[in-house]
Design a protein around this ligand. Structure first.
Ligand code: F3S
Length: 396
């Protein structure tokens, strides 16, 4: 790789020790993928924040990096294993809370903004079209590449942190125009509206793409309109079920691409089949969760409308970014929602929080949430619209 003078200095150890380690990681990555040079990045999002995933070895590595590591670009975090303020009310034990606190402290010491969210684009970490960035969380990566038109590979925890500390990333993969062209055209002949339905579409398309090395980038036709919330739900799902980091949606996403010749048709039958897999017939719901990816202020407003003056009868969480909740606090949505018995879980989500064994059945509007609830937590699941989730929470 051809390195700029400052990159060579970092590699030679003329800057902080952490900068040297970081540059070593990035050069090794660049050599594996045959990158010719490094690219400056303007934004980083780091995943691997939950202590449930990191454990002591991960935390020791972070503490070592925090000794002299300081980030050079705007950097935020993916959800942690708990609400950093309100963990007790959500049933997190104090030992876990102490360790999660140590993780967040290490990140903060490096100058990272410890906003823990998978929707950084909703709370101030928002790149523009064509910008090179280094993000890690799969739904956020898919959203950044596809909906915003920024350019990022799906970074691992160490490579994202290395990019934050050096301010660069190797030029390969989705940073290169030639790797951003669509491979297959998919025409949707069914009505798609609402976050849950967009999540199901993500599963249908993800299942088609899963394991297929020739078709990784779809060109999707037949969707007349989509809101930001619907696209966020779609990104989470298609990234989960298909490993998709970039898609094109005709008339909706901004990237240019050749339109592939081959055509695959998706009909209502495909939605019915996917819904069957997302819904366990014998699910007995004792937990309702909304906010995967993290709920937007629009979704929180809708929840407030639905629960005003009512009481939920099941444990119900809204997972969101703390800055989004601050807005909800100011305009009064939080008071309405909390009066109904629903709990906010900021900074975290139902996948990375240590909740295995606490519940049996989850109702959620997130197709991604169903995947992890079934696989990781062994919960039975119901995949419902946001309105139906609230109905489920209110029912006995
Ligand atoms: Fe975000 Fe957690 Fe869902 S990271 S996309 S809320 S699994």
């Amino acid at each position: 790789m051809k390195l700029a003078a400052i990159e060579q200095e970092m590699l030679a150890g003329k800057h902080a020790k952490t900068a040297q380690k970081s540059m070593e990681i990035l050069v090794a990555l660049g050599e594996i993928y045959d990158a010719k040079r490094m690219l400056p990045v303007t934004s980083v999002q780091i995943a691997g924040v939950s202590y449930a995933n990191l454990r002591e070895p991960g935390l020791e590595w972070l503490a070592e990096m925090a000794k002299d590591g300081r980030v050079r670009v705007l950097t935020t975090l993916n959800p942690a294993g708990m609400d950093l303020d309100n963990w007790r009310a959500l049933g997190i034990d104090s030992e876990f809370a102490k360790n999660q606190g140590r993780v967040v402290e290490a990140f903060a010491k490096m100058g990272i903004i410890t906003t823990c969210t998978c929707t950084p684009y909703l709370v101030g970490n928002l790149p523009h079209y064509g910008e090179h960035i280094a993000w890690a969380e799969s739904s956020a990566v898919c959203f950044a590449n596809s909906v915003i038109g920024a350019r990022t590979n799906r970074e691992g925890g160490p490579s994202a942190l290395a990019a934050a500390i050096t301010g660069v990333t190797p030029e390969y993969g989705y940073h290169l125009e030639k790797n951003r062209q669509a491979h297959i055209t998919i025409k949707v002949k069914a009505k798609v509206e609402g976050t849950a339905r967009f999540g199901t579409l993500g599963k249908v398309i993800g299942d088609i793409l899963d394991g297929n090395t020739d078709w990784t980038i779809p060109y999707i036709r037949g969707i007349p309109r989509a809101t930001t919330d619907e696209l966020k739900a779609f990104c989470a799902s298609v990234a989960t079920y298909g490993g998709t980091a970039l898609f094109h949606m005709e008339g909706i996403t901004p990237n240019k691409t050749e339109i592939p010749q081959g055509l695959l048709l998706i009909t209502e039958k495909d939605f019915v089949k996917a819904e069957k897999e997302l819904n366990d017939e014998e699910a007995v719901i004792d937990f309702v969760s909304i906010g995967c990816p993290h709920a937007s202020i629009r979704e929180i407003r809708r929840i407030a409308e639905l629960v005003e003056g009512k009481q939920v009868r099941k444990e119900t969480w809204v997972t969101t970014a703390r800055p989004t909740k601050s807005i909800a606090d100011r305009v009064g949505y939080t008071a309405i929602i909390e009066a109904s018995g629903i709990k906010f879980a900021c900074d975290t989500c139902c996948v990375v929080a240590p909740i295995k064994g606490r519940f049996q059945g989850l109702a959620t509007d997130s197709a991604k949430g169903c995947y992890y609830a079934q696989g990781r937590h062994k919960f039975k699941t119901k995949h419902l619209s946001l309105e139906e989730c609230i109905q489920e929470a209110l029912s006995g």
